[in-house]
Design a protein around this ligand. Structure first.
Ligand code: COA
Length: 150
């Protein structure tokens, strides 16, 4: 399995990128097209995991405070979940945060993804908001050590 993680470049890749976000994070809750984007897309760092020339996972890294990054819009293609892509794309985000000198990554996890984030080193800080009136979120964080990445 050869995977590559980079930001999308062509129009076709950007379309695929936002389409994956939409199908995984919005469509199952009957949210309209366009709800998968927000203003932070102009300033955030975008990560797409490519395998066999298709985008299988996406994530965005925002600057959220002093030496702090926030990961948002993490999604893995339906039939590709559980293959390690989520872990890989999160590592790419964390490495980028570490490279720019951040000491911490935060995120708001959906209840169903809490265990995933715990597996990769995040701790629950507090219960936060309810998305679409039904998806409970939890603020989580991971402190980055400043050792060179392996
Ligand atoms: C949650 C999600 C990002 C995880 O990515 P993934 O590629 O499926 O996860 P990985 O294969 O990298 O899993 C890494 C580890 O977490 C575990 N794990 C993954 N998803 C899990 C879940 N929902 N519950 C419990 N454990 C989970 C895996 O078993 C694996 O454990 P290991 O350390 O024993 O190997 C992905 O399943 C997804 O997109 N889900 C739907 C959308 C979503 O919830 N996004 C997050 C919004 S906050």
């Amino acid at each position: 399995m050869e995977v590559e993680i980079r930001f999308p470049t062509t129009d076709k890749e950007w379309q695929e990128y936002y389409d994956l976000r939409y199908r995984i994070l919005r469509e199952p809750w009957n949210q309209p097209k366009g709800s998968e984007r927000n203003d932070g897309d102009n300033t955030g760092m975008h990560f797409a995991l490519f395998e066999s020339e298709k985008i299988r996972a996406v994530a965005r890294l925002d600057h959220s405070g002093v030496k702090e990054s926030q990961v948002r819009f993490v999604a893995v293609e339906f039939n590709e979940q559980g293959r390690g892509y989520g872990r890989l794309i999160m590592e790419a985000c964390e490495n980028a945060a570490r490279d720019r000198g951040d000491q911490k990554v935060i995120l708001h996890a959906r209840e169903g993804a809490l265990e995933f984030y715990e597996r990769i080193g995040y701790q629950i800080i507090e219960k936060t908001y309810l998305l679409f009136g039904q998806i409970q979120h939890f603020l989580m964080e991971k402190k980055l050590n400043n050792l060179p990445k392996s």
